[in-house]
Design a protein around this ligand. Structure first.
Ligand SMILES: [Fe+2]
Length: 240
């Protein structure tokens, strides 16, 4: 059975439920690459679900910053408003859970889980030039990362870095290193509004990239009614 690998759920319960329904019966363990909360209207429901169902998880920047009182100055205005709203609405149980999440990289079986990059949980790996310097720091043949909300990833060889186009079946070749991004469950930014995730068969070294439609209007309506900034609702239907 493969593992179900999720990232960047961002308090979007409708997207999470659609992913779980789509993957039902197809996986054994659930692994998560962080950013359970922030941006969406259901941070406690998502944190509760993760606490009860996830086998391994690393924290994301929003998990860290929404469960602390640290300065939010490094964020853009929309993220600041979202983090302030989330801080005000998290239960004590959610805060305790989020504060205890480990910082990546986290070794699981023979692969690694990180939020941003293997050297910096807050780093965005968007282009080959971001990834090229990382080869000496990769501890495993496969490293799963999130943070960018873009499904895909990178293949690294001594000769250079190539982008991976998401597909139904990607077999990992022994001579390469892989940085694999399942995309965002709750706030995709790759132009496709459908929730994104990965199924990974460790023994076969096989990856399946998947997308699933969810009730975007319901999630967006909750954001508008909650007092979160309206652009956070609008962007869900555009996948940006
Ligand atoms: Fe995120």
């Amino acid at each position: 059975m493969p593992h179900l690998i999720l990232s960047d759920i961002h308090a979007n319960l409708e997207a999470l439920e659609a992913v779980l329904a789509d993957a039902e019966g197809k996986y054994d363990r659930i692994l998560c690459l962080g950013d359970l909360v922030g941006y969406g209207a259901d941070p406690n429901a998502v944190a509760d679900w993760a606490r009860q169902n996830v086998a391994a998880i690393v924290r994301g920047n929003h998990d860290k910053d929404c469960s602390s009182r640290d300065s939010l100055e490094h964020y853009r205005p929309l993220a600041i408003a979202s983090a302030a709203w989330t801080r005000a609405h998290l239960t004590e149980q959610s805060v305790t859970y989020l504060q205890a999440l480990p910082r990546g990289p986290l070794r699981y079986e023979d692969f690694d889980l990180v939020h941003g990059s293997p050297v910096d949980e807050d780093e965005y790996l968007l282009a080959a030039s971001d990834v090229n310097p990382l080869l000496p720091y990769l501890g495993a043949q496969a490293t799963f990362f999130g943070h960018t909300h873009v499904q895909g990833g990178f293949l690294l060889a001594r000769g250079g870095v190539k982008n991976i186009v998401p597909r139904a079946a990607l077999e990992l070749e022994p001579d390469y290193f892989y940085l694999l991004n399942p995309g965002a469950v709750g706030q995709p930014r790759d132009g496709d509004p459908r929730a994104a995730y990965i199924l990974y068969w460790p023994a076969e070294r096989m990856v399946e990239y998947r997308r699933v439609k969810y009730d975007v209007e319901k999630a967006a309506g909750k954001i508008r009614q909650s007092g979160l900034p309206a652009p956070l609702a609008d962007r869900l239907s555009m996948g940006v």
